[in-house]
Structure formats: C-alpha cells, structure tokens
Design a binder for this molecule. Structure first.
Ligand code: ATP
Ligand code: MG
Length: 773
C-alpha cells in the first residue's frame, strides 16, 4: 500500500481506493472531501491511469494548483503537470479554443468579463431607446445570465411564451430583443461571455457527437469538488462527458450550497444516484479542521434548516475556546475591536498574519476594517472587490492586447481607439457603429473598408483611423513570433499610453505607471512559467485567457504574510486558524434581500455555516448597534443567527465602559419596553446539544439515513398571506383573530385580538405566527 494512503481514515480510504464507477461523497465541512479527491487522483495514477485521462473540476484555480502541488509530491512533478485541473470556466475555455471553428467562432475569441458584457448591454438599451431606469443594465445582464445558465437560448426564449410573459410582468417586455441583440453583438465581436463558456460547451457536446466522443474517451476519470454548487449548465457538461465510462466521483455538502442565487441547483446532488448506474455513496463524519466548540456550534446552526440531508459531523480535536460574540457601537468600533483582537492573539500566541481571516457578507464592509488594520499596521489582503485587472490603466493595456489578438473585439476597440487622444470623436464612432450594424461587420472591418463605403467621414479623420488600424496590425504581426512580454512592452510604448500618464504627472498618474510596470512584470513571470510547460509557449493569447479567468484568489502566491479579508462566498473550501465574522446584523446577514422566502433564508443560514466552519481554532462573531447604510446611520439589530448558535458554545463579551455604550430603550413589536442591549444576553435554553464526541452506534445509524428531511409545509413566517378574519396562533399569546392589516411589504402589520394577550399590532415580518384558518 502506498504510504500516503495511511494519511486517510477508513471512511476516506474507501472512495479513494474504488478505482472505477460512479461515486458520491456527501459530508460536512472539514471532513476531508477535498483531501479525498486529491488522494484519489494520486491513487488512480499509481494504478496506471494516464494523467491525460483525468479531469478534475474545482471551485477556484488556486484550489486546483494546491491539489496539483500535493499530487506532484506523491507522483512526481512531470506526471502531475499533465493533469487537467481547474475551474469549469478555465477548462472549457481551453476546449472551446480547440473547437471554436465548429461553432463559428475564431479560435482567438475574446472572453468578455462582466464589465464588458454590461457595457454591451448598456449600449443596446441606449440604441433601442429604452428607459434606462426601467431596463437597468445590471438587472438585464443578470437576467440574461440566468437564462444562459439554464440553457435557455434566444431561440428557446422566443419559443416559450411564459418567459416573455414573466419579463413583461416585470415591466421588461423587450428583454428578449435585448437578449437577441446582445448575443448577436458578442458573436460579431468574436467574443464569449463567462456564461457562454458553459453554454457553448454544451452546444458543442450536443451538436457534434464526434467531439463528445473525443472528450469522453479523453476524460475517462472525472472528479468534481463542491458539487453542491454546480448549476444546470455545468451539471449537463459533467453528465455528458462521464456518460460513456461512468467513472465519476463528486464530493459536496448540501449544507454548504450557497450559490442558488446564481443558479446552483442542489438537486444535482440529490439526484446523482438516479443519474448513474450503481452509484456508491460514501459519507465522511470526522472533522479534522476545527475544535469541538466550533463543530458543535456549526451543527447547532445548520440543524435549524428544514431542507437538508441528515449528517453526522464530529471531531476528536480539542474542545477549544468558546466562540466569542461581541457587540460594538459602530462599524468603526467593530474594525478597532477586530484589529485589536488580532494584535493581541498574535502577541500572545506567536501567530502570523496569515493565520487570521475576516469574513463579511458584502464587500462594502471591508472599508472600516481596513482603516483599523492600517492604524495598527497589520498587513492585509482583500480578495474580491476591484481586482488588479479591473483597474482602468490595466484594462487599457489589456484592451490593446485583446484587440491585436482579435480585431473584432468591439469593447476593446471602443476603449482604446481614442485613448490616448487621436482625434477620433464620438460622431465618427457612431457612424462606424451604424455601418457595422448595417453590414453585420465589426468596426475594425468597417475601417479597413472605409474607402469603399460612403460614410461621410472627412479625409483627415479617415487618415487617423487608418493609422490606428495599421498600428494594431503591426502589433498583430509582432505577436506571431514574439512572446507575450515583448508584445506588451512594445504596445505600452508605441501606443503612447505610458507617455500620456507621464504627462499627467499627478501621484495617481505615477501610481498608474507603476501598475502598468507591475502588469509587465506579471507577464514576464507568466512567460517564464509557461515556457516550462509542454503544451504552452507563453503566447499573448494564453496570457489573456489566464487573465480573463483569473480571480484574485488565483493570484495569491501565499508568499507574504497578511490577514485575509473576503466575502464568505469566496471563503468556501478554505481554512484559517482564527476567523472573525463581522456585521452579524439583521438585514445585513441575513441579507435584507434574501428574506422573502424560507429557502432564501436557509441559503443565508448555510452561508453562516460556511463562515463558521472555516475556523480551526477560534471564531469571533461581531455586530454593531448602528451602521451607515446607503448613506444613513441606521439602528442595527443583532442577527438572528447569533441567537441560533447553541449558547453552551458561546461567550458573550460584556461591553466595556470605554465602548461609550448607551443602552437603547425601545419598544418591541409587542409594545413592551425593552433594553435592546439585554435582549441577546438572556437566551432560552436550546434543544439537545449535538454530539460532542463520537456518537453511539445507534445514534449514528439513525442519523446516517441519508434521505432529505422533508421540508415542512408550513410557510415561511413572512410568506403568510393574512386577511382580516383569519385565525392565527402565536407562541406567547395563543390563538387570535386578525382585525386589521396595514402597511405593505416589509412594513406590513396586523392588528390581532389574542386569547391570552388582548389586541396587539404585530409586524408580520418578525411575528412568529402560525396560520390556523
Ligand atoms: N485523515 C486525515 N488526517 C489528518 N488531517 C486530515 C485528514 N483528512 C483531512 N484532514 C485535514 O482536515 C482539513 C479539512 O480537510 P478538507 O479541506 O479536505 O475538508 P473538506 O471536506 O473539503 O472541507 P470543506 O467542506 O470546507 O471544503 C484539511 O486541513 C485536511 O488536510
Ligand atoms: Mg473542500
């Protein structure tokens, strides 16, 4: 037996050693799912499976790299290099390049990022003269994106009157036309957006059986991490590719499904057994990541969800300190508390900055935290947010590079045709655009043929356009032989980009030049790295693809020591010794936008579960009493999730005098006077605690029945549609009759005459009412 196999427990070893067939590993956080995938790949290779025949799909490219490094240690570097590992998007972008011509795309197609896509949509809305307050481009974009991820093409859209009706109901009757125009413009520009990378892969595998066969034969063994967050489009790709050999291993945790809002479909996990023959189901129960306190606290939260697979998670690790909950006055205080606590922990326990993570629900929350960390001189890195590649000056350089690779790339062209200024104005651009639409050609092609078209563009402007096109063409020729660095270096010099910034002379201008230098350094590194690989040569096209699909996480080389700041969504799959979860307030976490239905609330709760289970040694939860939101200082309420953590695993910090704490006297929804600060300190006892030690065999047998707990038919409490005359039940006041309803939406209230409490005016959003008749 290979020695690394000994680094697995019995339950983990089983799916690693089952070489063939379909298998699913369902298990809670930190139980070694990702480790199973990694070791399984190493094992397959030791059994003679060629690395070229293994496809492994991960949530980030960084995760893929880490797995590869681990595998390389076991099987050797040269073999591990040939593995196909990466995100769905990066793997299938590669395949699409090989096969692009079949779909009518150039193999050098551009990948439009979200900004590019939204910019195309904005100009369509403008060109169609639609009201931009009704047709909000971001909303339109996400609508189109969700169609694509459900494989609803333009044709399918128009064949399905229900979709059109739904959009009409949402006051966007022309959404289908926008969708159609968007698809046409992208196609004309030789561009695919992120969603196309999946949609077009599906199209490719469906329409061309010989292509499907080729990749089925190639990827004889397929592995998928974080399977709970695959969307329909991804699901179908995996299904098609694995259909022939059925050697597929997926791992996931339904309790960590947090992308339903982007189309992830939990049924992919629930139905896996139906999709393949002789599916082996494996469970892992022992958590190796966290202390008992953290594991048990996390169990006590997820227990509150009605839709879930029953699972056991226990740990043999130490008890560890309790979870610390602290209330602060403002977000500034919150930042100072977190920075101070990190500082103290570092001093007391001799830790590195990299041992800490600060997790939040929304990117906007990072600012106050950053201020505090800077004051304490604690180095940090923000993941997500505005990435390096989205900075203006970087996008400018990249636009030139994209354009020389794919001259049809309309978004790139618009960005740089008159930057630095070349005297090509908006009127000229409009004329070119109109001609482009009329002839179904790209602007670049229109300019190339400008002498044959009657566009009423002056001779002098035509010369300027000519010069621009010739410059780009000269770069294209250079790129045929030179590597990415040489090309990029030439472009920044010849286009006048750097000179323009030098002229500017302001500190911002200088910072921008430094960023461009940084980009060039990055390209140089990339070229050196790629030259070592068998199937790459450091070309510009390869670099651009890398950039288009890079997330901030991917750039993290981990070689400098910083505190990590990120949204919880980004933290999935990661682990840190110390984790601070900040902003635990109603309407922020759970998000005010996700409380309309029980399923949305449950997704927020899973998000909280993900956050807490990132922690190895200790977790901190913080909330504030008031917070600036949308420019207003509002009273914040502690998140319901804080109360949901079984109190035996929690330490509440008593506010110190220097917090300038003022008790907030308020009336609650029952009309009683309450001191809000005390509200959360007296908590009712919770139900049976989850197992702190390995549960008994009989308990395990009960819990192991891996069937979905049926969601209770009772409606989410804010879903209840009450009418005057209805009878309801309240936990405290007993039965009551609805006398009147007032307010709308979030403010909807009901006046109810209760058996035990008399007449009460209750905010329906909060009142725990059961509908009786
Ligand atoms: N048998 C084992 N012995 C020792 N350590 C282990 C074992 N299995 C897993 N670990 C460690 O436990 C931690 C969690 O493992 P891993 O990340 O694979 O869990 P996971 O199930 O993928 O978690 P998540 O659900 O958060 O993605 C890692 O640090 C891993 O190295
Ligand atoms: Mg994992």
């Amino acid at each position: 037996m290979e020695s690394y196999i000994a680094e697995l427990n019995d339950a983990q070893r089983a799916p690693v050693l089952q070489k063939d067939g379909a298998m699913i590993v369902i298990a809670g956080a930190g139980s070694g799912k990702t480790r199973v995938l990694t070791y399984r790949i190493a094992y397959l290779m030791s059994q003679g499976v060629d690395a070229f025949n293994i496809l492994s799909l991960t949530f980030t490219n960084k995760a893929a790299r880490e797995m590869k490094t681990r595998i390389a240690k076991i099987v050797g570097n040269s073999e591990a290099k040939n593995l196909w590992m990466g995100t769905f998007h990066s793997i299938f972008a590669k395949i699409l390049r090989f096969e692009a011509d079949k779909l009518g795309y150039p193999s050098n197609f551009t990948i439009y990022d979200t900004q590019d896509s939204q910019s195309v949509i904005r100009s369509i809305i403008k060109d169609m003269r639609l009201d931009k307050d009704v047709y909000k481009y971001k909303q339109v974009y996400s609508r189109i994106s969700s169609y694509k991820n459900s494989l609803i093409t333009v044709k399918a859209y128009f064949q399905n009157p229900e979709l059109k009706e739904a959009d009409a109901m949402a006051k966007k009757p022309r959404l289908g036309e926008i969708y159609q125009e968007y698809v046409e413009r992208c196609f004309k520009a030789g561009a695919m957006d992120f969603d196309d990378l999946l949609l077009k892969t599906n199209e490719l595998l469906n329409r061309f059986p010989e292509v499907l066969q080729k990749y089925q034969n190639r990827f004889r063994y397929i592995l998928v991490d974080e399977y709970q967050d695959t969307n329909h489009s991804q699901y179908l790709i995996v299904k098609a590719l694995s259909d022939k050999f059925q050697n597929i291993c997926v791992v996931g945790d339904d309790a960590q499904s947090i992308y339903a809002f982007r189309g992830a479909n939990i049924n992919n996990i629930l139905n896996f057994q139906k999709d393949y023959e002789n599916v082996q189901m494996y469970r892992l129960e022992q958590n190796y990541r966290s202390t008992k306190n953290i594991v048990n606290a996390a169990n006590s939260i997820i227990e509150k969800n009605k839709t879930k697979l029953e699972k056991v998670v226990w740990t043999a690790n130490d008890e560890g300190p309790k979870i610390v909950v602290n209330r602060l006055l403002t977000d500034g205080e919150e930042g100072r508390f977190v920075a101070g606590s990190i500082f103290e922990n570092k001093m007391q326990n001799q830790l590195n900055n990299g041992d800490f993570a600060i997790l939040y629900r929304t990117n906007a929350q990072s600012r106050a935290i950053e201020d505090a960390l800077r004051k304490k001189e604690i180095p940090y890195r923000i993941y997500g947010g505005l990435s390096f590649y989205q900075r203006k000056e970087i996008k400018d350089v990249l636009a030139y590079l994209r354009l020389l690779i794919n001259p049809k790339d309309e978004e790139a062209l618009k960005r740089v045709i008159n930057y630095p200024a070349r005297g090509i104005g908006q009127t000229t651009m409009d004329k070119l655009s109109i001609a482009g639409n009329q002839y179904g050609k790209s602007i670049f092609e229109i300019i190339e043929n400008i002498d044959h078209l009657d566009l009423k563009i002056t001779k002098s402007t035509r010369t300027k356009l000519d010069n621009f096109v010739n410059m780009i063409k000269s770069f294209t020729i250079l790129a045929e032989n030179a590597d990415a660095f040489t090309v990029a270096d030439t472009v920044t010099k010849k286009t006048g980009l750097v000179q323009e910034l030098k002229k500017d002379g302001t500190p911002e201008g200088i910072a921008r030049i430094e960023n461009i230098e940084e980009l060039l350094n990055g390209i140089k590194d990339f070229v050196e790295g790629q030259k070592e690989l068998a199937d790459a040569n450091g070309s510009l096209a390869e670099f651009l693809e890398d950039v288009a699909l890079a997330t901030d996480m991917d750039k993290d080389t981990g070689d400098d020591d910083r505190v990590a700041l990120m949204t919880i969504h980004l933290a999935k799959g990661l682990e840190f010794p110390y984790v601070y979860i900040v902003g635990l307030e109603e309407d922020l976490f759970p998000s005010g936008m996700s409380m309309n239905t029980r399923s949305e609330l449950e997704e927020e709760r899973r998000l909280f579960y993900v956050a807490l289970t990132r922690a190895e040694k200790q977790a901190y939860l913080t909330y504030t009493q008031s917070r600036y939101r949308w420019g207003k200082l509002i009273d914040a309420e502690p998140s319901r999730f804080i109360e949901e953590v079984d109190e035996q695993y929690v330490d509440y910090m008593i506010p110190q005098d220097d917090y300038k704490y003022k008790p907030l006297i308020d009336t609650d929804i029952f009309g009683d006077e309450v001191d809000k600060s005390k509200l959360r300190q007296t908590k009712p006892k919770k139900g049976t605690p989850p197992p702190a030690h390995k549960p008994s065999e009989s308990q395990l047998r009960k819990l192991r029945k891996l069937k979905p707990a049926s969601p209770e038919p009772e409606k989410a409490r804010n879903e209840i549609k009450l009418e005057v005359g209805n009878v309801v039940e309240h936990m405290r006041f007993g039965k009551g009759k609805v006398l009147a309803i007032s307010g709308v939406g979030q403010d909807k209230k009901a006046e109810i005459d209760f058996e035990n409490g008399g007449i009460k005016n209750l905010l329906l959003r909060f009142a725990k009412l059961k509908f009786i008749s």
